[in-house]
Unconditional design. Structure first.
Length: 278
């Protein structure tokens, strides 16, 4: 049986995705906390899914390599859903950039090293990546990630800190997720040369533990402009992630799929300013 690896697999979206992909894959969950992994594996066992697990720090390339090596012992690693990440309420700009941006680089490069025909990497980006402050976004800075990831991370963190300190974590989050979208597109040719795919999926406001944390920073106010006046469910996100990682989406690569309940469609400059003022 083919193997599907899910980083952030003990979280809401990751675990929900494992429930779907576990129907026709051996799933291996990755997280930084063994206790969370044990609980997630137990939940999957209750619905008849025999999952493996591995503690993995995505900010360390060696840790990601070890994860994929372990997963490969169970079969051919055919798909990776990279759902691990942190939000503005979970750390300072340095930490957010390292997890979201450097972590994505590490996962992508480790996946590229093992990718074969039919492989797919789906990176979880964010609606925030589509609305990152334009003056702070730089494709030239993003391109540094291809040659000097540490210098890129330093410059991205510095850009996030240009505004008020209270806004820096949010800027770091938006810029890091904008990078995930850009990087997933940029790496498509390299994956394509191996018959493999890479793309990103951008959630809007979802009812997960991480999503509920962001209510503190006003994420629920976005529902005022969304077409669907509710939070998305982890299951709704999981269905999309699992499809994008499946062979049914075999021609989908180098792009981002925005799954935000019509939030971006309802945003105007006036509404953005109104939301910013609270």
């Amino acid at each position: 049986m083919d193997v599907a690896v899910i980083t952030g697999g003990a979280g809401g979206m990751g675990l929900a995705t494992a429930r779907i992909m576990g129907r026709d894959h051996k799933v291996v969950l990755a997280d930084v906390d063994q206790g969370r992994l044990d609980a997630a594996v137990a939940q999957l066992a209750e619905v008849g899914i025999d999952a493996g697990s591995a503690v993995c720090d995505i900010t360390q390339r060696a840790s990601v390599d070890a994860l994929l090596q372990q997963a490969g012992e169970a079969g051919r690693v055919r798909a990776v859903v990279h759902a691990a990440g942190v939000s503005p309420q979970m750390g300072n700009p340095d930490f957010i950039v390292r997890v979201n941006a450097i972590g994505t680089i590490n996962v992508a490069l480790a996946c590229l090293a093992i990718a074969t025909d039919g492989f797919a990497l789906v990176n979880v980006a964010s609606f925030a990546g589509h609305t990152a402050p334009g003056p702070l976004v730089s494709k030239r800075r993003n391109a540094l990630a291809l040659t000097d990831p540490e210098r890129f991370a330093a410059k991205l963190t510095a850009a996030a800190k240009l505004g008020p300190a209270s806004l820096s974590p949010g800027f770091a989050y938006g810029l890091s997720k904008q990078f995930v979208i850009w990087y997933s597109a940029k790496m498509a040719a390299a994956f394509g040369a191996k018959g493999a795919r890479i793309l990103s999926v951008s959630p809007g406001s979802f009812d997960t533990a991480m999503g509920r944390l962001e209510i503190k920073s006003g994420s629920d106010r976005l529902l005022k402009v969304a077409a669907l006046k509710r939070f998305g469910t982890p299951q709704e996100m999981a269905e999309l992630l699992a499809f994008c990682a499946s062979t049914r989406a075999g021609y989908l690569t180098g792009t981002d799929v925005l799954n935000d309940g019509g939030t971006k469609a309802g945003l105007t400059l006036r509404t953005m300013l109104t939301l910013a003022r609270g």
